[in-house]
Design a protein around this ligand. Structure first.
Ligand code: ATP
Length: 142
């Protein structure tokens, strides 16, 4: 069992939701956050805590004590501006490890500049893994 850690997952879409569930399965504490109350209600039964909050609101993040978490996942998809602003606020607050889901190359570049610690492209990353797996299977078949 890995060491029990505390995480914040911001954005409970397919990606953020899946990250949240797996972290809980791995035995970690997860604070799940979304602006959408329906999503938060669903994750209230899964995450350790679930809150309706806008992550671009610095005072909301402060009152939730987000600066005390070492690991935050920013899984906001379509709203690139909100994703960038959230990342900026988190890094300014001193959060050690901020992992952000990027939508495109432009988004990635900006995230890099403002200090995102890890940047992922779920569809692209998964496509590469699937291709590598299929390629390996073919080698084994022969
Ligand atoms: P996925 O592919 O992971 O399903 P997506 O890329 O389509 O997601 P969105 O659905 O746009 O991404 O965003 C993911 C979640 O982030 C949504 O549930 C949305 O309500 C939430 N979200 C968007 N902006 C904010 C914000 N400022 N603060 C908190 N949550 C937010």
């Amino acid at each position: 069992m890995p060491e029990r850690k505390q995480f914040v997952v911001i954005g409970l879409g397919r990606f953020g939701g899946s990250v949240c569930k797996e972290l809980v399965n791995q035995g970690h504490e997860v604070l799940a956050m979304d602006t959408d109350e329906e999503k938060v209600n669903i994750y209230a039964n899964i995450a350790t805590h679930a809150v309706v909050a806008n992550s671009t609101d610095e005072s909301a993040l402060k009152s939730l004590g987000i600066r005390n978490f070492d690991n935050v996942v920013v899984a906001i998809g379509d709203n690139i501006q909100a994703s960038i602003l959230t990342t900026l606020v988190l890094k300014e607050m001193g959060v050690k490890n901020v992992l952000v889901k990027a939508k495109n190359d432009y988004h990635h570049k900006v995230l890099e500049k403002i200090g995102a610690d890890q940047i992922v492209h779920p569809e692209m990353d998964m496509g590469r893994r699937v291709a590598q797996q299929m390629s390996d299977e073919k080698v084994i078949d022969f």
